[in-house]
Design a protein around this ligand. Structure first.
Ligand code: PMV
Length: 344
């Protein structure tokens, strides 16, 4: 099954959460609201080719090759969406990442958002009716959420908030919203250098991690903590307050891993080098006085966040203190990005 015409391609970035989504209920409803920065470099590019009146069927390719595990997930996801127009449509989906998948760089966020964007574009074409940009992104965000919660935040430029909170009008548990308009100039040019401590597959999937939050002994405390951190993060981002940002960002990263370590069964995703980087970053901040901080996703890799104007000082620190024990050459120098892009 390979089609020559009728093809839609989207490139969609990953994102890094500052206030983390960890724990869900029902149909991908988050236990707490979260806020993330959209990345620029780390992305998934997905093409959906389709043919009408062909009896249906979905073929999935990863990097041009069959990938049975991903194929199964994608088919389950699409059938779960129950899109009425899907029944008689044959699809070929071809997806590729420019960074390692399943290594804690939220590859599901870029992958599911890229696919959701293709599906919404396809829906528009089949309906013969375009949506305005706001409706389009909301619909894509909602479909992306059903594939992977964090993916719903990847459809926006710069920053996105997902989860209902009284602090932010129009916030919703069902889709992310664009939060770029609320960022102070100090948060408009943010670098995210990702130190790949390990690129091997995670030992525990985030699906399993979310599940362990259902009966976690700290569940209620975590919900309160995330809400409080979000309530403090919002004014910090609006005012350009990096001091508060750093405190919240690191507390969230370490709490996420604290929750994993205190789950039943517990698990540890951090590696010795993850901790060495954390200590080195804190020491560098203390000595230099520069507002450099870190966050961590569900994996051992460390994201270094700082205003891009400090890049040369950070580079000097990295060359001096970190490069000899990082997996050789594995620093992905990413930054806040402008959101997804339609390629065709
Ligand atoms: O989208 P999921 O189900 O893979 O969950 C990812 C959750 C974290 O990446 C750990 C945090 C977040 O908010 O992105």
């Amino acid at each position: 099954m390979m089609f020559k015409t009728n093809k839609i391609t989207w490139r969609s970035p990953s994102n890094i959460a500052i206030v983390k989504y960890w724990g869900k209920q029902g149909k991908q409803i988050p236990m707490n609201p979260s806020l993330s920065f959209t990345l620029d470099h780390c992305h998934t590019e997905t093409s959906v080719s389709w043919e009408l009146n062909s009896g249906g069927g979905i073929q999935f390719l990863y990097d041009g090759q069959p990938h049975p595990t991903f194929a199964e997930k994608v088919k389950k996801y699409i059938s779960g969406l129950q899109l009425p127009w899907m029944d008689d449509l044959a699809l070929v989906i071809d997806s590729k990442n420019n960074f390692p998948h399943s290594a804690g760089i939220a590859s599901s966020a870029s992958a599911m958002s890229a696919l959701a964007l293709c599906l919404v574009s396809l829906e528009e074409e089949l309906n013969g009716k375009g949506l305005d940009i706001c409706q389009f992104r909301t619909r894509a965000s909602e479909l992306a959420r059903l594939g992977s919660g964090s993916a719903c935040r990847s459809v926006y430029p710069e920053a996105s908030l997902w989860g209902q909170t009284d602090e932010v009008p129009y916030s919703s548990d069902l889709f992310g919203i664009d939060w770029s308009g609320d960022l102070a100039p100090e948060f408009k040019e943010v670098s995210d250098w990702i130190f790949i401590v390990s690129a091997s597959e995670k030992s525990v999937s985030s699906t399993a991690g979310h599940k362990l939050m259902e009966h976690h002994i700290y569940r209620e405390g975590r919900i309160a903590q995330a809400r409080q951190n979000l309530n403090h993060l919002i004014p910090a981002l609006r005012k350009g307050d990096w001091v508060s940002f750093i405190q919240i960002c690191e507390e969230e990263a370490l709490s996420l891993h604290g929750l994993m370590m205190s789950s039943r069964p517990s698990y540890v995703l951090l590696e010795p080098d993850s901790l060495r980087i954390i200590h080195a970053v804190r020491q560098f901040r203390e000595q230099s006085g520069l507002p450099v901080t870190f966050t961590i996703d569900a994996g051992p890799n460390i994201h270094l966040l700082f205003e891009s104007k400090y890049e040369s000082a950070v580079q000097e620190f990295v060359s001096r203190e970190l490069e000899d024990f990082i997996w050789p050459g594995k620093i992905i120098k990413d930054k806040m990005g402008k959101g997804p892009e339609r390629i065709s």
